[in-house]
Design a protein around this ligand. Structure first.
Ligand SMILES: [Zn+2]
Length: 439
């Protein structure tokens, strides 16, 4: 039994098709091309047929850097710089319970699905119960277990596990989900300024032994560079490279403040960078050197970062901003193309976070598919598909989503999450933690 999806147009990794047919068998794409192609397969009796008039099919978007449950902190400390913002956020996080984390995670998945994201690379508190929520919602996650100090319990209301316990916990979860196409596990040492040197080194040793990737923040703010230089005599990226980070499967968010040599070293070592332009601008952290990253050949994904520094999970905002921001900074409208950033948000981003079999509408790839409606004013006209998707579309145009061939969103309705209940629970959790933190 296969699913036959007919639409008005398709855009994926350098190709665009008018009147496409996409055939999904199991969790993968079995055929893609023009519906009128004489070699196009025809649906049989057991096959299902979906006709999406006026819709554009694109690959599910890949969010390269999130802290999912922080949806509960939407709108917190909106006008503060990075370090005071972090202090306020962490005060609220001390009030979180396991139920709150579950509510925040489900709210994040609700928002991601309905704005066209199908995979996310997350750093927060994670356990089997939370991973089951991701499986149920149908999304793909790389779940990094956030850690700071070896004896510290990061979220005392959520878990009794210390940082060091989480290293072993990651191995346990990785074994449990080794064969699961939706779930991958990573270590999440928070940042070079918040994790002591010995414990970062211990985490890197674990990663080298187990092959589990390491997801961290590097060179996010000017204050971070000052702190790390004062403490270690080295800039953040150089310091972590010398600790051995680049000998692991390393994923580094932000990387706003890198010098030429640091970019070249990351490219040569296969480090995957995540570009989070909205967060970097909102927190006043600066502008990453995306053009130099692209020219270096370093692996890149596009991220929203947490809702507390964004304040949405709509990757279409990042798509547009990551394209035009650098044009403005560099005074060059040709500096970054829409195609380059679309690639980072889909195929390249999927590869960068370890879901190399996703991010493209091509035969053999996982059937992570988003259908955008074109019935709204912002889609008239939309003759140039790439221009429409990157510059004019938003998450509000998402009408259908399939992940691994499973329909999770159809005609604007969630099929795997109870949207009303999820929003209500999250609002209650958010209100409660603010009262508890006396904010
Ligand atoms: Zn982050």
């Amino acid at each position: 039994m296969s699913q036959f999806i007919y639409a008005a147009a398709l855009l994926s990794a350098g190709k665009s098709i008018i009147d496409p047919l996409l055939v999904v068998t199991g969790d993968s794409i079995a055929w893609v091309g023009e519906a009128q192609d004489p070699h196009a397969p025809a649906p049989g009796q057991d096959d299902t047929v979906t006709r999406l008039d006026g819709h554009i099919l694109i690959p599910g978007l890949v969010n390269g850097h999130t802290h999912s449950a922080m949806t509960l902190l939407r709108g917190v400390s909106d006008d503060h710089g990075f370090m005071p913002w972090l202090a306020e956020v962490q005060a609220l996080e001390q009030q979180l319970t396991h139920d709150d984390i579950a509510a925040g995670l489900q709210l994040a998945m609700l928002e991601m699905i309905e704005s066209g994201t199908t995979s996310f690379n997350d750093m927060y508190v994670w356990d089997a119960q939370l991973l089951e929520l991701v499986r149920d919602a149908g999304m793909r996650v790389v779940a990094a277990l956030a850690i700071t100090r070896p004896e510290q319990i990061m979220f005392p209301g959520v878990t009794t596990k210390t940082g060091r316990d989480e290293l072993a916990h990651a191995v346990e979860l990785q074994r449990r989900y080794a064969a699961d196409p939706q779930i991958k596990i990573a270590y999440g040492p928070h940042a070079p300024y918040s994790v002591p040197r010995e414990f970062f080194a211990e985490t890197i040793e674990h990663a080298k032994r187990t092959g589990i990737p390491v997801h961290t923040h590097i060179a996010e703010s000017p204050a971070e560079t000052e702190m790390v230089v004062a403490e270690t005599g080295k800039r953040p990226a150089r310091y972590l490279r010398e600790l051995g980070l680049y000998e692991t499967s390393a994923m580094a968010a932000h990387c706003v403040h890198l010098d030429d040599e640091e970019i070249a070293e990351m490219a040569a070592s296969g480090v995957a960078l995540s570009h989070c332009p909205v967060s970097n601008l909102k927190l006043g952290n600066g502008v990453a050197r995306l053009l130099d990253w692209l020219q270096s050949g370093v692996r890149i994904s596009l991220g929203t970062d947490s809702v507390a520094s964004n304040n949405t999970l709509d990757l279409f905002e990042e798509l547009k901003l990551a394209t035009i921001l650098h044009r403005g900074v560099l005074h060059d409208a040709a500096a970054i193309t829409a195609e380059q950033v679309f690639e980072i948000a889909t195929r390249a981003g999927a590869e960068a976070i370890g879901f190399g079999d996703c991010g493209e509408l091509a035969v053999g790839k996982k059937a992570d598919i988003v259908a955008l409606k074109t019935s709204e004013a912002n889609a008239v006209p939309h003759a140039n598909l790439l221009s429409h998707v990157v510059f004019a579309a938003s998450g509000k145009d998402v009408d259908y989503v399939w992940i691994g061939g499973r329909a999770v969103y159809a005609a604007g309705e969630h099929l795997t999450l109870d949207a009303t209940a999820v929003k209500q629970r999250a609002a209650e959790s958010a209100a409660r933690i603010r009262v508890a933190a006396k904010l």
